[in-house]
Design a protein around this ligand. Structure first.
Ligand code: PGA
Ligand code: ZN
Length: 430
């Protein structure tokens, strides 16, 4: 351990996220004088098995204040990590996990732990004199992620105006990350104009996608294809559709209700509907097609379509290496969404990705619906060579901060930058 990388101070404060809610920011200072800073995000459609985000409860800020999490960082966590090496992430994170001592991080809070875990990584990168992605992945970290970008919001992020949560595009035909952003910008702009033409442009949802003023969920899919075409791009070839059904939000115990259409389904009924959509629309990725308690439905859906469509587990897998291993055995899902705050430390999130990669799963690093200017996840996606990144729409500062950071990295990598196209999507291995 170089003395220079020893943690000399840790400080947390309450800052505010993109929904105007309190969240935790931490700063980790090193003996060298280096400083790392990170802000944790927050979800709205959370999985039941996620690590716990500690909130104060009570009346203040709707019970969402983070005074306890901030105090935990400034007290117990600070005392425990002072003098530790910021550039031994695994040891630091193991120490944080042991200090918390709960299976679910509900004593100190995943928000408190993750803020310190991420801030330490930034401090360590800074002392090594390299950007975070390079500190994490070395000089071989040159794969830019396929962006999954929301065009229409929905579900819990749009007052349940439609049931499906994310109507997104990916650009399998793009030659670079920058080109994927250019194409998406056009699709987003034309989608806005299309909504304006219909007299239904009412602003944006939580992650910046257009407000989903549609009569049916399928209408949104048709509008998405129309927007791709209006942008002068070829649906399915250049630009394809990715969905986050977030089915845990409208189903449990094998019963699903699409409120917008007043239709009820069992698992097989919902699977049939989604398979029909996959036939009718150029869909290449579906996240949480079934609820988190419906592993059997997940397995049936993956068996039916997992060789051509990426089946992503978010609420279903909650960035857990153990759940990824279980679902690989069951043949449920072929790709994992990676959200560090579902676990509470970078090391546990990385372990999930390592388990997934070993099992032939794809991966997508993902933001939360409540975000900030923090761009750590962009560096994780590139440093860990995950291949895909989901951040919300092509609007709002907290989203654009991430897209723009990835653009900077692509430019910095120059000729060494790689963009894998459709090859990064998770598929069942035969
Ligand atoms: P959340 O939504 O951050 O509200 O959980 C994002 C997602 O479901 O992917
Ligand atoms: Zn999701």
């Amino acid at each position: 351990m170089t003395n220079e990388s020893q943690i000399s101070d840790v400080h947390a404060r309450r800052v505010w996220d993109s929904r105007g809610r309190p969240t935790v920011e931490a700063e980790v200072s090193l003996r060298s004088g280096a400083l790392g800073r990170a802000i944790v995000p927050a979800g709205a459609s959370k999985g039941r098995r996620e690590a716990l985000e500690l909130r104060d409860g009570g009346e203040r800020h709707g019970g969402l204040d983070v005074g306890r999490a901030v105090a935990n960082v400034n007290g117990e966590i600070r005392r425990a990590v002072l003098g530790m090496a910021a550039d031994d992430q695994e040891e630091l994170d193991e120490h944080l996990i042991a200090l918390d001592g709960s299976p679910n991080r509900d004593r100190l809070g995943a928000n408190a732990l993750l803020a310190v875990s991420m801030a330490a990584a930034h401090a360590a990168a800074s002392i090594h004199g390299v950007p975070l992605y390079q500190y994490l992945g070395g000089v071989g970290a040159t794969l830019l992620p396929m962006p999954q970008i929301q065009i229409f919001g929905g579900g819990a992020h749009a007052g349940r105006r439609v049931d499906i949560q994310d109507f997104m595009v990916v650009c399998p035909g793009a030659a670079s990350f920058a080109q994927a952003l250019e194409w998406t910008a056009e699709v987003y702009r034309h989608a806005g104009r299309l909504m304006a033409d219909r007299g239904s442009q009412f602003g944006v949802a939580d992650e910046g996608g257009w407000w989903p003023a549609f009569d049916t969920n399928e209408d949104a899919l048709a509008a998405l294809v129309a927007a791709i075409e209006r942008a002068g791009l070829v649906p399915g070839e250049q630009v394809a559709i990715a969905l986050d059904i977030a089915a845990s939000e409208f189903g449990r115990n094998g019963r699903y209700t699409l409120g917008l259409e007043q239709r009820q389904f069992d698992s097989d009924g919902l699977i049939e509907l989604l398979l029909r959509w996959c036939d009718k629309f150029p869909i290449v990725s579906i996240e949480d097609p079934l609820a988190e308690d419906d592993g059997e439905g997940f397995a049936r859906f993956t068996a039916a379509i997992g060789d051509r469509v990426q089946v992503v587990g978010d609420d279903f897998l909650v960035s857990s290496a153990a759940l990824v291993r279980e679902s690989a055995v069951a043949g449920a899902a072929n790709t994992v969404l990676l959200k560090p705050n579902q676990r509470g430390t970078l090391t546990e999130t990385l372990r999930c990705w390592e388990a997934a990669r070993e099992l032939g799963f794809g991966g997508i690093v993902s933001a939360r619906s409540g975000e900030s200017e923090d761009t750590t996840i962009v560096h994780l996606a590139i440093g860990w060579q995950v291949g895909q990144l989901k951040v919300g729409a092509f609007a709002r500062g907290e989203r654009m901060a991430k897209w723009n950071e990835a653009l900077r990295i692509e430019e910095r990598l120059g000729a060494r930058a790689r963009f894998a196209g459709a090859g990064v999507f998770g598929r069942n291995i035969a």
